[in-house]
Write a protein of this length. Structure first.
Ligand code: UDP
Length: 250
């Protein structure tokens, strides 16, 4: 696995948690995962030691697992502990959130109590726009803004629900409850939809089934958001359990 940092001239995009670099093949990008952590639209900033490597490793494992279940993903290969190559896609600027249990903004915006089990998974769309603070979108607003076609909206929702089923099953094997998570998707030049971005404790809420205490059970970025401590240790536990479960699946 090459450890040399990619050249600055190849840098195409730097986000809050990852940097994207061009490669010799224009259909392939290199993603480097950072230790930087942000929350509340980057009002809170910090570093989680080893997060880049752990999130890259967790995301690579989950992408591989989803691919075995027939989900098209942008993942190609993990080239270093904190680096993966991915298909270059036109990213749809929509965050697709799936929820199984009420937490976070769903509780804040609806008054539902934290931990309420939803009668069926809820799919939500958010506009990926920092200036507007990633607002919740209705499907009609999504169409109004031409962010996707009507059939793409349906495909996004269906894929997100399928991914939720696969991930819920997978995390159960890890003794973890998948509370909610955020996905991003992109289109290839032929218009085919792929799962993109990452799936990691930065983008999921994960509760440890062996803990009942509402703070101790948290294994995801809420530990950072809410200053619960033990952030890196929680990510490390998620990585260990995911890699163990992957070994059992294959
Ligand atoms: N999420 C994310 N990136 C975002 C917003 C949300 O990965 O920009 C994830 C978040 O980690 C959680 C889910 O999406 O797993 C739902 O987040 P929510 O809307 O509850 O927002 P929050 O409470 O984090 O503000």
């Amino acid at each position: 696995m090459p450890e040399t940092p990619p050249s600055e001239t190849a840098k195409r995009y730097e986000g809050k948690a990852k940097i994207l670099y061009a490669t010799e093949d224009e259909s392939v990008l290199l993603t480097v995962f950072k230790d930087d952590a942000t929350a509340f639209n980057a009002l809170k900033r910090g570093q989680i030691t080893g997060k880049g490597q752990m999130n890259c490793t967790i995301a690579a494992a989950l992408f591989k697992y989803l691919a075995t279940q027939g989900i098209p993903t942008h993942f190609i290969t993990q080239t270093a502990p904190d680096q993966m190559t991915v298909k270059a896609l036109q990213i749809i600027p929509v965050e697709v959130v799936v929820r199984n249990i009420a937490a976070g903004s769903l509780c804040r915006q609806t008054g539902l109590e934290l931990g309420t089990i939803l009668p069926q998974p809820l799919v939500e769309f958010y506009y990926k726009n920092d200036d507007l603070q990633d607002p919740l979108l209705t499907r009609d607003r999504l169409l109004l803004l031409n962010l996707a076609t009507p059939s793409q909206v349906e495909e996004l929702a269906q894929m997100a629900l399928q991914i939720n089923q696969y991930l819920t099953t997978f995390f159960k094997r890890c003794n973890v409850t998948l509370v909610d998570f955020k996905l991003e998707f992109g289109l290839d030049p032929q218009g085919m939809l792929y799962l993109a971005d990452e799936i990691s404790p930065d983008t999921c809420r994960l509760w440890d089934d062996s803990e009942t205490d509402p703070e101790r059970r948290v294994m995801d970025k809420d530990r950072f958001r809410q200053d619960l401590g033990g952030v890196a240790a929680a990510y490390q536990t998620v990585q260990e359990r995911v890699l163990q479960a992957i070994a059992q699946f294959s």
